[in-house]
Design a protein around this ligand. Structure first.
Ligand SMILES: [Fe+2]
Length: 228
C-alpha cells in the first residue's frame, strides 16, 4: 500500500474554515440590538482570535523556514499574508470588543453591519491564503523534504502546543472532522497523552459533537470508552 503523502495543513484548516464561517453566520442572524447575542459572539470571536494567531505563529516557527528552503517565492507570499491577516484578526477582535460600548440603536446597527462585512472580506482573503498553503506550500515541502522529515515536523509542532490550547481548539476540530478523522485523533490521543488529558479531550469532543456522533467515535475506539 502506498504511504500517505504528508499533509500538515488540510485537517486543521477545516476547523479554521468552520470557525470563521460559523462566526460570520452567527453575526448574520443576530439582531444588532441583541446585546447578549453579540456578547456571546464576542466571546466566541476572542477564542477564535486566539486560535488563529497561535496557528499563524506555529506555522511561522515550524514551517516557514522549511518553505523558504523549498519554495522561496511561496515563503515570501506566506510571510506577507501572515502579517496582513494577523493584523486583520486583531482589528476584527478590537471592533467586536468595542461593540459592547455602543448603546445607540442606530449606531449599533451600523457598527454590527460593518463588523459583519469586514469579517466576510477577511474570510475571503484568509481562505485564499489557506488554499496557497494547501496547494502550493505543502506540495513544495513534499518535493523538497522526505516524508519522515515532514512527519517529524508535524509531531514537533503538535508537541509544542500546550494541553489547554489543544482543548480550546478541540470543539472546532471535532465539529469540522469526519467520524474516521475524529476516531484517529482520539486513538492517537489515547495512545500518546496522559490519561487525564484523554478523559478531558473525550468530554470536550462529546460535548462538541453531541451524543449520537460521539457514540460513533466511542464505537471506533473499542475497547469501549464509557463517558462517565
Ligand atoms: Fe498560514
Amino acid at each position: 500500500m502506498k504511504a500517505p503523502v504528508p499533509d500538515l495543513y488540510s485537517l486543521f484548516h477545516k476547523a479554521l474554515r468552520l470557525g470563521l464561517t460559523d462566526l460570520m453566520n452567527r453575526m448574520a442572524v443576530t439582531d444588532a440590538q441583541d446585546r447578549e447575542g453579540w456578547a456571546r459572539i464576542e466571546d466566541e470571536g476572542l477564542v477564535l482570535q486566539g486560535i488563529l494567531l497561535k496557528h499563524s505563529a506555529h506555522e511561522e516557527h515550524f514551517l516557514h523556514p522549511m518553505i523558504l528552503a523549498a519554495a522561496p517565492q511561496v515563503a515570501a507570499k506566506l510571510d506577507a499574508d501572515h502579517e496582513r491577516l494577523d493584523d486583520g484578526v486583531r482589528r476584527l477582535g478590537a471592533a467586536l470588543a468595542g461593540l459592547g460600548a455602543v448603546t445607540d440603536a442606530a449606531e449599533r446597527a451600523d457598527a454590527a453591519q460593518v463588523i459583519y462585512r469586514e469579517l466576510s472580506a477577511f474570510i475571503a482573503d484568509y481562505f485564499q491564503h489557506l488554499l496557497v498553503e494547501e496547494t502550493e506550500a505543502m506540495p513544495a515541502l513534499n518535493r523538497h523534504f522526505p516524508p519522515d522529515v515532514m512527519m517529524q515536523t508535524h509531531r514537533d509542532l503538535v508537541a509544542s502546543i500546550p494541553p489547554e490550547e489543544k482543548l480550546a481548539e478541540l470543539p472546532l476540530i471535532a465539529r469540522a472532522w469526519t467520524p474516521a478523522e475524529r476516531i484517529m485523533l482520539m486513538a492517537m490521543t489515547r495512545a500518546a497523552a496522559p490519561r487525564p488529558f484523554f478523559d478531558a479531550a473525550r468530554k470536550v469532543m462529546a460535548d462538541a459533537i453531541g451524543p449520537e456522533a460521539w457514540a460513533v467515535v466511542a464505537a471506533g475506539l473499542e475497547p469501549a470508552v464509557v463517558l462517565s
